[in-house]
Design a protein around this ligand. Structure first.
Ligand SMILES: *[C@@H]1O[C@H](CO)[C@@H](O)[C@H](O)[C@H]1NC(C)=O
Ligand SMILES: *[C@@H]1O[C@H](CO)[C@@H](O)[C@H](O)[C@H]1NC(C)=O
Ligand SMILES: *[C@@H]1O[C@H](CO)[C@@H](O)[C@H](O)[C@H]1NC(C)=O
Length: 307
């Protein structure tokens, strides 16, 4: 990746400029979107454990395996780790365990800061490829995802599914929630459609992602939405990552399920794919106002990033 990263900045400027142009076009072509509505305070509070779980995933596997990563671990004090993996270099760190308060199995994937996600999004692996049918049996060839993202998820996938199976056999729950921030949100999204293909049908999977870039094409976004999985992606203010890669230039689309944190700190639910409202990421983030320091949060007071 090193040789291509020197092109990251110009590519991003092009990408952002293109995504700006994409907004009015998209809003003309898309069917009318349902109304943007505020998220109730109780629902916002309900996301907080997952925000901390996404933050803890940035910690070294040697710290998540005994849940000793400091405040990010202490925020969910009853958590019982089952397995941790990755090296934080080639394979993003991950962990799997059981939270007795939520009565859920949690899968966490390590994220990235803005300077690290940018070259990954914009490098040559921005081209779209089909998902590996060994990991995603029965997936249609028209479902395409970012090549770099697919490769990243494939490296942790076997270890994650084995750990989730172990957790399901150890603890009484049938609920699995997959979380992550930035690149971790990408891996978590792919895991949320990968895991149900390998787990018993009485297991329910939920996805809570933060600051995810777009992962795949229109067929991928539609495929995601067709799964019996609950998807929520939470985006902060003018963080540019959720509007990359742009819709027009490279044909990337988000599935539904956005919650956007407005400049006045109000959380709003943005129905539909890439809702173009100025209250939602696709409408709010422009070439003039994008702000990379908002990538790490705060999300209801929680900063994600580092360990
Ligand atoms: C993770 O922790 C291990 C053991 O302490 C250490 O050897 C390794 O370098 C750490 N990895 C990273 C990416 O910091
Ligand atoms: C869920 O399905 C698995 C495998 O089919 C089965 O062994 C288990 O008993 C089921 N659990 C519940 C709670 O229905
Ligand atoms: C960018 O975001 C940071 C963190 O939220 C904020 O302090 C700063 O004022 C923002 N910059 C602009 C130009 O809005």
């Amino acid at each position: 990746m090193a040789p291509t990263s020197s092109f990251a900045l110009p590519a991003t400027v092009v990408a952002l400029a293109t995504s700006l142009c994409a907004v009015p076009t998209a809003s003309m072509l898309l069917p009318r979107q349902d109304a943007v509505t505020p998220v109730p305070a109780t629902e916002i509070a309900g996301f907080k454990p997952y925000t901390w779980f996404a933050a803890a995933a940035n910690c070294n596997a040697s710290l998540t395996i005994d849940w000793s990563c400091g405040e990010k671990c202490d925020a969910n004090p009853g958590f019982q780790p089952v397995a941790s993996g990755g090296d934080g270099v080639v394979t993003q760190f991950w962990y799997v365990g059981y939270d007795p308060t939520l009565d859920e199995i949690i899968v966490g994937h390590q994220g990235t800061d803005f300077n690290k996600i940018l070259p990954i999004i914009t490098d040559l692996l921005i081209k779209q490829v089909p998902l590996d049918s060994a990991l995603f049996p029965g997936i249609q060839e028209s479902v395409l995802v970012h090549q770099g993202f697919a490769g990243t998820q494939s490296r942790s996938a076997p270890g994650v599914v084995a750990a989730v199976e172990e957790a399901l056999s150890t603890y009484p729950t049938r609920k699995v929630t997959v979380v992550g921030h930035s690149l971790g949100a990408v891996i978590a999204l792919l895991d949320a459609v990968y895991l149900p293909l390998h787990l018993p049908s009485n297991v329910t999977v939920r996805y809570v992602g933060y600051a995810s870039p777009r992962v795949g094409n229109q067929a991928f976004a539609d495929y995601v939405e067709a799964q019996p999985v609950s998807f929520t992606r939470i985006n902060n203010k003018e963080d540019p990552v959720p509007v990359l890669p742009p819709i027009d230039l490279f044909g990337y689309h988000h599935p539904s399920g956005e919650i956007h944190i407005r400049d006045d700190d109000v959380w709003v639910s943005c129905p539909g794919q890439d809702n173009p409202s100025v209250q939602c990421s696709a409408g709010a983030v422009t070439l003039l106002n994008w702000n990379a320091s908002q990538h790490l949060g705060p999300y209801d007071g929680v900063m994600i990033g580092g360990c």
